[in-house]
Design a protein around this ligand. Structure first.
Ligand code: SAM
Ligand code: SF4
Length: 476
């Protein structure tokens, strides 16, 4: 039964909030977005400098087609310099959609009596993971509503269950989490289960808009949510993801606040967020899709390019909320991770209740890219990108502070590109049809041929041969 408390004890937050709306608005007001100013900021960014808030405001103010093009071109250049050609693939796995909050935009909101509520039991969870492993997935993000039943211990147990599922050639090597904010002990509990990234989106950094969209439940507490990842880092988690739900308030304000949040984490803990997400509001069962602050495609693609320039070393995630064409475009400007083969209905990787037709009462929001993982891999290869299932840094301890140390030129060539290629080869061997396998190996051949470092190319070639001969989980 759904649990909707009238009153909820809102936690005390002992730290000073670090988002100063007046400061952000002042920067946006005073910035000049002419081409000359944009050129200057872009130059700094291309030298891989992290941008200050006034500099980000310049990019956000730029409106002329020439200035916008300058931003998008620069983001494209920076993206290939920092990330190379690889795109990390993952899938979301909804574990439970009971929720005590009433976020106005979400199909799982507590007052939505038409929502079909499900918590996967252990057997169902295992079946979902098996189905995902059959697609070739190696990285999952487990998603939970906010409910007393989804305690840190419960989340940790779900994570352990997922890691233990080895089905055919498959295994899940990295489990990320998107769930409610925890206290420090709670974050310690989920860390002990070996999670990757803990992701929490602030939804809107603008207090009034946040209040409007979160009328009931513990999520009303803006400061508790804002400071959640501080607690995660204090608990020893060194891998966190931030995000904003675009469409709740002015997109320019939200971009400034995301950068401020990233700067705050880096300044206080020497660890910036591993990823930034920028979901755009989608239709949902009894969900309010806003209206006034809807972000058109043109602004959305621009904001991705601006984020790329503002935080060169932070991963950018674009999910299947977006349609295929928009995703393809933003991959050029800086997105480094996408999901593929995504299904949102609880339990639907193993059993398709709705025969593949989306039933919004069973899902959080409308999905706009329902293509299979194989179709996504195919398109990435067509675009000369390397689909990657790599988890090497995380498993070698190159995360957090260390991840930052290694995020330097040379590292990609020596580690990221070869490791991405190894995971692609595994995928091609175990899950791809003949045509896709040939296409994938042709892309791999091109990458190796372009490498001037013969010794490295030889070593990569030997490892690839081992994969063809049956070796798995090969990485530097
Ligand atoms: N219950 C957890 C929480 O709120 O933090 C998990 C979050 S929810 C399952 C994942 C994210 O989906 C939310 O943080 C929100 O940004 C996003 N979301 C919710 N409703 C959405 C909608 N209608 N369109 C697009 N994204 C939505
Ligand atoms: Fe619950 Fe999260 Fe949906 Fe809000 S966004 S209603 S907290 S599942």
């Amino acid at each position: 039964m759904q649990f909707v408390p009238e009153k909820y004890a809102l936690p005390d937050v002992p730290m000073q909030p670090f988002i100063d709306a007046a400061e952000i608005e002042q920067y946006l007001l005073s910035a000049r977005g002419d081409t000359a100013c944009v050129q200057e900021v872009v130059r700094k960014s291309l030298a891989k400098g992290r941008l200050s808030l006034p500099e980000v405001a310049v990019l956000l103010k730029a409106d002329s087609p020439a200035a916008v093009q300058l931003i998008k071109d620069a983001a494209q250049t920076l993206k290939s310099a920092v990330y190379g050609n690889r795109i990390v693939l993952f899938a979301p796995l909804y574990v439970g959609n009971y929720c005590v909050n009433d976020c106005t935009y979400c199909g799982f909101r507590a007052t939505n009596s038409e929502a079909v509520r499900v918590t996967l039991d252990r057997r169902q969870l295992i079946r979902e993971v098996e189905a995902l492993e059959e697609q070739g997935q190696k990285r999952l993000i487990l998603v939970f509503g906010e409910h007393p039943a989804y305690s840190p211990e419960y989340i940790a147990e779900a994570v352990r269950t997922v890691y233990a599922v080895k089905h055919g050639a498959g295994e899940i090597r990295r489990v990320n989490i998107n769930a409610a904010p925890l206290d420090i002990d709670g974050f310690r509990t989920v860390k002990a289960a070996g999670i990757g990234t803990y992701q929490i989106f602030q939804e809107s950094y603008h207090r009034e808009s946040y209040k409007r969209c979160h009328p009931r439940g513990p999520k009303q507490a803006y400061d508790n949510r804002l400071t959640a990842l501080d607690r995660a880092l204090e608990a020893g988690l060194d891998d966190v993801g931030i995000g904003a739900l675009f469409g709740l308030y002015d997109w320019r304000f939200e971009v400034m606040a995301l950068v401020r949040h990233a700067n705050h984490l880096e300044a206080c803990y020497n660890i910036g967020p591993h990823t930034i997400s920028f979901p755009r509001l989608q239709a949902a069962s009894h969900g309010d899709t806003g209206g006034a602050f809807a972000v058109p495609d043109e602004a959305f693609t621009r904001l991705v390019a601006i984020l790329r320039l503002a935080v060169p070393y932070t991963g950018l995630i674009c999910t299947a909320r977006e349609g295929g064409a928009v995703r393809r475009e933003v991959l050029r400007y800086g997105v480094s991770q996408i999901d593929g083969g995504t299904r949102l209905e609880l339990g639907s990787y193993a059993d398709m209740h709705s025969g593949g037709v989306q039933n919004l009462h069973r899902e959080q929001f409308r999905l706009n890219d329902a293509r299979s993982l194989a179709a996504i891999v195919d398109e990435l290869l067509d675009d000369g990108l390397i689909p990657s299932f790599c988890t090497a840094c995380y498993r070698k301890g190159r995360t957090g502070e260390h991840f930052m140390e290694f995020s330097v030129p040379g590292f990609i060539k020596r580690f990221c590109t070869p490791n991405a290629v190894f995971t692609l080869a595994e995928y091609l061997e175990d899950y791809a049809g003949d045509a896709l396998r040939q296409k994938g190996y042709a892309v791999i051949e091109n990458i190796l041929a372009a490498d001037a470092d013969n010794a490295l190319a030889d070593d990569i070639g030997h490892r690839l041969q081992r994969i063809r001969n049956g070796a798995r989980d090969v990485f530097y």
